[in-house]
Design a protein around this ligand. Structure first.
Ligand code: OOG
Ligand code: MG
Length: 268
């Protein structure tokens, strides 16, 4: 992926766009997608905005604990109308415990995703394979992600969603921690229940054929933006199924084959 562009946006313009996204996030007020004002926004500029947002949140005391891959499964690509995967960063402030209540009052239009998360034990950098990812993985475990696009109507394009940190909002690690080779991650099934009704079903192979492929993609994008994945990172591979919109009063349970389950309830 080449990120060269003939007339890149100035650092000031990038900072302003990051502020726009951060303000929308902080006040849970939607904005229109960035490409409406900047139709020539590139993927590289989207990542520059995301990096400026990351630096700003770190300046406010948040700590980056890992990353997420997104738009890595066909159900997600079809739901969002975007066919290229993207990555985003995760901070400690976004984490919520399993089986807890999550407030929706500071979110715009939350949706829930079931994902497989990797916790690494060695640094990954440059261009790596899924086998490299597996070798550098300490354990895998289920996770729920609560995404919340800062864009009106949850509608965006690749460049805008990247600038918006790939809709990252909350994440919930849970279930059982298992050695990466203890299970065939392609055949790990997941059933998502929404208020007790089965709402989505899928299996790990939906995620680029194997969830470790999504982590390899993520490391490659990190390389493109001048970053590496440190040992001890928590990395989510992307939603296996389409995301489920939720409101206060809702409960979501995701049951992962042989990896346990995670429940979250949503409150005002
Ligand atoms: C973008 C983020 C997608 C995933 O797991 O696919 C994502 C979005 O759909 O808002 O987190
Ligand atoms: Mg996700």
């Amino acid at each position: 992926m080449s990120f060269d562009t003939p007339k890149a946006l100035s650092d000031i313009a990038i900072e302003r766009l990051a502020e726009r996204v951060e303000t929308a996030q902080r006040y849970a007020t939607p904005i229109h997608k960035l490409t409406e004002d900047y139709p020539d926004l590139t993927v590289a500029e989207g990542y520059r905005v995301q990096t400026a947002l990351r630096r700003s949140l770190e300046g406010r005391g948040q700590r980056v604990i890992g990353w997420k891959a997104g738009l890595t499964s066909k159900p997600k690509m079809a739901q969002m109308g975007v066919s290229t995967p993207a990555i985003g960063f995760l901070t400690d402030a976004m984490e919520r415990p399993a089986n807890s209540a999550i407030s929706v009052s500071d979110l715009i239009h939350p949706r829930v995703e079931a994902e497989i998360a990797f916790v690494t034990k060695a640094e990954l950098s440059g261009k790596v394979t899924a086998a490299d990812v597996m070798a550098a993985t300490d354990y895998v475990q289920p996770a729920l992600e609560v995404i919340d696009s800062r864009f009106s109507g949850f509608k965006f394009d690749l460049e805008s969603v990247i600038a918006d940190n790939s809709s990252s909002a909350r994440y919930v690690p849970g279930g059982r921690m298992v050695r990466p080779d203890a299970l065939d991650l392609r055949t790990v099934g997941v059933v998502m229940e929404h208020n007790g009704q089965i709402a989505q079903i899928g299996a790990g192979a939906e995620v680029l054929g194997h969830p470790a492929e999504a982590i390899a993609m993520l490391v490659s994008v990190l390389d493109d933006i001048g970053e590496t994945l440190p040992a001890g990172s928590f990395v989510m591979a992307g939603a296996i199924t389409a995301a489920i919109p939720v409101k206060a009063g809702d409960t979501i349970t995701a049951r992962f084959y042989e990896m346990g389950s995670i429940t979250v309830t949503f409150t005002d």
